[in-house]
Design a protein around this ligand. Structure first.
Ligand code: MN
Length: 262
């Protein structure tokens, strides 16, 4: 039985961290106010900038605050969670305390009478072969178990190293051909077509790429609609537009809600 709701709000890529207090505050307000308009909330990954283990969150006042906001949210509104590439180590202990229901990536849901396939989106970026190898390695249970046994300080330094690497890689890519970089960091039509085929779906919603849009796409005989969620950033407005939005699905259809104006 797939989850079925008459209305829902979907968000992703908030990358919550204590160094982005305005973004975090908008999320706390979202949990308290916006969420009550709908029957269900779907968080499609990268809620946190990084996650090095549920035990580490006990030492972080910020993560404790987020935990309380999520617990209050899911006490009022059914809340689902799909792991992202930044927070794939969010574990059963944290999920239980927040009352969120984990969903596998991808998952089929029925919202306002239509079926949608939900995914974080990183697994669809199949042009980035190096990343897909890294992804399949970091999702191995034995490697995750080993990592979570390391002392906290070691885990923190591994996470910082990986985040530094991905930033350096991003800058290198940005300097290289723009078009090539865009292809590598985006989902491929082939991956979207395959994932939709295997779930008999024709509507896909994902985040990860930070390229919010609604696409009508086709590959051979197969056609589908694809919605991409926006990332959130209210703390680094210089050079970039402040961003915080959600996708609302109800009887009126699918629409992006700007959470800065509302
Ligand atoms: Mn991501």
């Amino acid at each position: 039985m797939i989850p079925q709701y008459a209305s829902a709000l979907l968000i992703s890529d908030l990358h919550l961290t204590p160094s982005m207090p305005l973004t975090a505050q908008r999320f706390f307000d979202f949990c308290e106010k916006d969420a009550s308009q709908v029957e269900a909330i779907f968080i499609l990954g990268d809620l946190f900038e990084y996650w090095i283990g549920d035990d580490a969150s006990a030492h972080s006042p910020f993560q404790q605050e987020v935990k309380r906001a999520l617990a209050n949210l899911s006490a009022k509104t059914k809340t689902y969670y799909i792991h992202g590439n930044r927070d794939f180590l969010v574990g059963p202990a944290f999920l239980k305390k927040t009352g969120m229901t984990p969903l596998s990536d991808p998952s089929l849901v029925e919202l306002a009478g239509q079926k949608y396939l939900l995914s974080h989106g990183d697994a669809l970026c199949t042009a980035d072969v190096g990343y897909q190898i890294f992804r399949s390695l970091t999702r191995k249970p034995w490697l995750q178990k080993g990592f979570l046994c390391l002392p906290l300080a070691w885990r923190r330094s591994v996470a910082n190293h990986l985040r530094g690497n991905s930033h350096a890689q991003y800058q290198r890519n940005a300097r290289a051909s723009y078009q090539k970089n865009e292809i590598k960091t985006n989902v491929t039509q082939e991956a979207c077509a395959a994932i939709l085929r295997s779930h008999s779906g024709d509507k896909l919603i994902h985040g990860h790429t930070h390229l919010p849009a609604h696409h009508q796409e086709q590959l051979g005989e197969q056609s589908w609609q694809r919605w991409v969620l926006s990332d959130w950033d209210l703390d680094h407005p210089e050079g970039a537009r402040p961003r915080a939005s959600a996708l609302m699905i109800n009887a009126q259809g699918v629409r992006a809600i700007d959470l800065i104006k509302s």
